[in-house]
Design a protein around this ligand. Sequence first.
Ligand code: GCW
Length: 709
Amino acid sequence: MTSPATAPATGTGAGEPPPHPAWLPPEAFRAIGARRVLVHGDGPLVDTVHDEVARACARHGGRVQRTVAGPVDLVLALRDSGPLPEAVPPAATAAPGPDGGSPGDEGFLLTRSDGVTVVLADAPAGLLYGLFHLVRLGEAAFTGEQPTRVHRPVLRRRMLDHWDNVAVHPVMGQVERGYAGGSIFWRDGRPRGDRDRLRAYGRLLASMGINAISVNNVNVGPTEALLLTDRLDDVAEIADLLRPYGVRVHLSVTFAAPVVLGGLSTADPLDDGVRDWWESTTRRVYARIPDFGGYVVKADSEGQPGPFSYGRDHADGANLLAGALAPHGGVVHWRAFVYDHRRDWRDRTTDRARAAYDHFAPLDGRFAENVVLQVKFGPVDFQPREPVSPVIAAMPATRLAVELQVTQEYTGQQWHACYLAPWWHEVLAFRLWGPAERSVADVLADVLADVLADVPGPGPHRGGELVAVANVGDDPFWCGHPLAQANLYAFGRLAWDPRLDPVALLDEWIDLTFPASTVGDPALVRETLHAVLDDSWRTYERYTAPLGVGFMVNPAGHYGPGVDGYEYSRWGTYHFADRDGVGVDRTCATGTGFAGQYPPPWSQVYESLEQCPDELLLFFHHVPYSHVLHSGSTVIQHIYDTHFAGVEEVVAMRDRWSRLAGMIDPAVHDRVTERLAEQLRCATEWRDQVNTYFFRKSGVPDARGRRIH
Ligand code: GCW
């Protein structure tokens, strides 16, 4: 083994050790850094490109220049910065090939001829993304002749939401659902002040194509509310640090801001004084942060204020803020996570899964152009298995963002290795109107509207974006679990192109994070990481709640089992297990009618006990334990088998991982080893509690006679 990849060259401003470089270790820049490079163009993002190349060249023996002096191997050039340098071979500027089109404001052309690799962009962000594309390609970017290809993001906005609190919340702490230490932005009510960490974060964001973040929790407390007005400078400072990486800053705001900050007596969205307040406040925001992205709003949800208090609907609410943002080019992300969190568990007529559709589908067509309705991918709440939200199919006249959760609230809280890209891929590839029709990814991909014109399915759609709740904190490995970095990376890449393959993304991440020259046995490292991660989401699913029923978590923090933890609560998440059977009847015939919110064929598929896929059976149906699945197993035997299998798989993950000792950075190895031990403890607890619970309820013994308590 040669020297393992460790920290980047920079230290942090707060006198703390620099964080792990994640997927951008210096070694990942070797191919670029060993070349003679020309960076052509001006502006802060081009300077970022130049500085990245300069650092790589200083380390790996190449050289970088901004005007041509001698031969070059690589040109990174802005096309609108005057005549192209002569070093650009004529073939590179010829019209692109059949996958052509212009690169637009974030894309780039990549080509190689006469021994020169060329990246051309029309706007600085494209050059930055082109640079990181070269980093991913490594030596492959410098071999042979390569025809011109245009690379463009499929989705325009690719966003991470931070649920970070400025002041420590008495229950949720510094970061709500954060499992990686404190916030990178805030500490104890003040900015954290670690400018180097934020720059390093900006760099990671740019490298995976993220171009927007929100910097505070959607549950907006009194201190956080002030970011919009009195503490705008704190937001501006973050925006200044991230701007060179092409990232725009957004802010979560409280709908009650006119009252709590403006001293008005109402926040009624149809009140003139309220509208004036939002307009003047927003003007001040843009005077201070000219490229401010916009607002994120959680309204009438889990205690947050909203338009319902004034007898108005959510189009009234969202359009109010959109109107204030529109003159400045900003957007409002309005969350569709609206449901009654004070339910009576005895009431079997209502259903939390129905809520977003019931509230929002009737409003389709009423939202302003710059409203983005942000919809959780499933109808309930980021469970390891849920059907895709029917809202995504129901709102063709509304711009949508599908919201994923990179932070592992319900998927092992970054103590469990759980690679989520395969799950997100299933969601994005789900065909909303049946197997031959458009997928979730297609609906979101408005920039491809021309390409999609001949794809069947209802339309046109307004298009949309992908947003996720971030999983980073001030932990030395950014994410608590070093392997959770793969989730962050894969999310960013899927937001760039939601059709990318999760296994290929894992390979990209492995190549960058564990460069072959820095590890003992590159083939073993790759094989082990695949063995540990490829199926880890399904493993997690196996040892937790069965067959899509969800929410068997411990309510205290959503970590570990609590089979009846939510059963008699007000939160609307029940499994209804009794001595005869388990599951939620969401059919139209005898249940809550949720299945009817889907267009055909899914409404019929989910309605039908015979057709409903096994993995969602208990989400849609209440069945006896003896019910036979498509797999041929009974429900009760499936529960036992998957729970035993899940734990065995974690044992195998742990054993595989132990073979990497001495092959990779020991700090990474140790941290993952520690986490796998906890994953095994917790998975065992899940297995034993779930199996025991269902054995005691049903009285049905395990057909294979294994130990159940
Ligand atoms: O999953 C739930 C979380 C809450 C969160 C909420 C939301 C920010 O348990 O902590 O609040 O979702 O998405 O708003």
